[in-house]
Design a protein around this ligand. Structure first.
Ligand code: AMP
Ligand code: AMP
Length: 331
């Protein structure tokens, strides 16, 4: 059955994990790579074939080739980052996931509606600076990874700083003091099961380096450089698991095409009172799964083989082929 499709993705983000996992499940693999990264990716024997492009925006031009080769695309963070939401929706090559989810994920209001309907606790949102009564984070729309955000201790500081904020399309959110925990889940539409795969926190420049230069005045910034693996206090796990299940159940009611399935991530901040606030959902494989290419503490409990999130995706496609249900997992 594995010969029916080639598993393909773009060379960045979680491509190594995805293709290693596909090979471990018996699939032929294909990588779309930038010219300058080709010799690097060639050093990995689990990559069977490489198609070269000069930029990620050239992706639609090689789509015909991918279709002829029976490729199935596994979308990761670079797909939304470089092709955009519309670019993703336009892809005609078989794609693992439900594209109807993209609109719900890509819009802050819809995302909040989805998560609040799932009884997920989110930071309070303030409609106007006048109502602010606590520390807040101001986020411009479309800003990535905290770039262009600012923190204000209260109403007075907020009103002062908002005057010079370039983007008028912003969100004012309660600032949650706690530790970031990114939880990686996988939901199988075929078995109906939602599992916790792993968890991480990010290693970011320059916030994680500020302690090295104690006497300098520097603005914090949040460019992701890598990820740390973490495990979660076991007494919090049942709640974390239930949150993932509620997000899936609610997505079935709100979103067409059967809702969310496959890998997803809840970006949380956990407080001193062990209250879990969810900042955002990512509806695909996140790069925080990369520390777990050889399996995670949680996947080790469920599988007798090294089960990364990338491999879990390939396993699901294999099961779908066996059961004649490809239509349920490919968009
Ligand atoms: P890249 O292909 O490396 O440019 O990444 C595509 C998108 O995924 C960007 O928006 C990155 O910020 C995000 N990303 C890449 N690597 C990581 C990582 N290790 N952890 C979290 N996010 C990441
Ligand atoms: P975002 O671009 O919304 O994913 O936010 C970037 C990072 O800022 C997140 O990973 C969080 O660690 C942090 N963050 C975002 N919103 C809040 C909040 N309301 N309270 C505390 N930390 C936050």
């Amino acid at each position: 059955v594995e010969q029916k499709y080639k598993i393909a993705t773009f060379g960045s983000h979680t491509a190594l994990q995805i293709l290693k996992g596909a090979k471990d499940e018996g699939f032929p693999t294909l990588l779309v790579s930038l010219k300058e990264r080709k010799s690097f990716y060639r050093t990995y024997p689990f990559i069977d074939e490489i198609i070269e492009v000069s930029s990620f925006s050239q992706f639609p031009e090689i789509e015909e080739q991918l279709i002829e080769k029976n490729a199935v695309i596994i979308p990761h963070g670079s797909f939304v980052a470089y092709l955009g939401l519309e670019g993703n929706k336009k892809l005609k090559v078989p794609y693992f996931g439900n594209k109807d989810v993209l609109d719900w994920e890509g819009n802050r209001e819809k995302q909040r509606e989805w998560l609040e309907n799932a009884k997920i606790t989110m930071p309070k949102k303030f409609d106007s600076p006048d109502k602010v009564d606590r520390p807040v984070l101001v986020k411009s729309h479309g800003a990535k990874g905290g770039y262009g955000y600012f923190l204000a201790k209260g109403k007075k500081e907020l009103k002062e700083r908002i005057k010079s904020f370039p983007d008028k399309n912003y969100t004012i959110q309660e600032y949650i003091v706690g530790v970031p925990v990114f939880v990686h889940y996988f939901h199988s539409p075929l078995t109906g099961e939602t599992e916790i795969m792993s968890a991480d926190r990010r290693y970011e420049s320059n916030v994680d380096g500020l302690g090295r230069v104690p006497n300098w005045e520097l603005e914090p910034s949040y460019t992701v450089i890598g990820n740390f693996p973490i495990t979660i206090r076991e007494s919090l796990l049942p709640e974390v698991w239930d949150m993932g299940k509620r997000v899936i159940e609610t997505s079935k009611e709100l979103i067409g095409g059967g809702g969310l399935f496959g890998p997803f991530c809840l970006e949380t901040v956990v407080t001193n009172e062990q209250k879990i606030y969810t900042i955002e959902i990512s509806a695909r494989i996140v790069a925080g799964t990369n520390p777990f290419i050889g399996g995670s503490p949680y996947s080790d409990l469920k599988y007798n083989e090294q089960m990364s999130t990338g491999r879990r995706v390939a396993k699901e496609i294999k099961l779908a082929i066996k059961e004649g249900k490809e239509g349920e997992v490919l968009g």
